[in-house]
Design a protein around this ligand. Structure first.
Ligand SMILES: [Zn+2]
Length: 195
């Protein structure tokens, strides 16, 4: 996939995520790994921007060490290290979607775990994996999340949000949507069955 297509796809996806309510305010960041001029690069959303108004010129390109390759007037997301660490430990991953989707994040702030539902691959474990809290943007969070994703494609970040990965952006986005819907179903079920 060429640079232009990657960036266009990222902007469209950002708007979809925003319109579905998965990245309220200025939360959330996404990235795509691809090859440009023989070099592995990562296109990533900028720091402090809303997905509502994100445009193609906002996307920053970095190498796998985090050096900015193009669009130097924008600062990459503060969660860049988390994205890069995931690509380092998961060669098969081509895109990362990080959201603070409200229902999933509500679960992340409670002691209740999100049950896995039919609809996205075989169910091997009963609940989605939750990784320990570390401050957003920290190396500890980047390491904890990438380790958590070694054996699965989604982790819930304690007191923070979730991260989904896929071989491309569409896969990662569909998984992020599915996780939020799973949390919603479980929440509704719990409410209806509570009396
Ligand atoms: Zn976050």
């Amino acid at each position: 996939m060429d640079h232009e297509t990657v960036v266009k796809n990222m902007v469209e996806t950002s708007h979809v995520l925003y319109n579905k309510g998965l990245v309220p305010g200025k939360s959330g960041n996404i990235s795509v790994k691809f090859v440009k001029d023989g070099l592995n690069v990562v296109a990533v959303t900028p720091s402090g921007s809303s997905f509502k108004t994100l445009k193609e010129t906002d996307i920053v390109l970095v190498d796998l060490e985090g050096n900015i390759v193009s669009n130097t007037n924008h600062v990459p997301t503060s969660e860049l290290e988390m994205h890069l660490n995931i690509y380092k430990v998961r060669n098969d991953v081509g895109a990362v979607v990080h959201t603070h989707s409200p229902i999933t994040t509500g679960f992340a702030f409670s002691d209740e775990k999100i049950r896995r539902f039919e609809g996205f691959g075989p169910i091997e474990e009963e609940f989605l994996k939750v990784v320990d809290y570390h401050p957003p943007g920290s190396s500890d969070l980047a390491n904890t999340v990438s380790e958590g994703l070694l054996n699965q494609d989604v982790v819930v970040l304690k007191d923070h949000g979730m991260v989904a990965v896929g071989k491309n952006l569409d896969e990662a986005t569909l998984l992020a949507e599915f996780v939020e819907d799973s949390a919603k179903i479980q929440f509704v079920k719990k409410m209806l069955m509570s009396n």
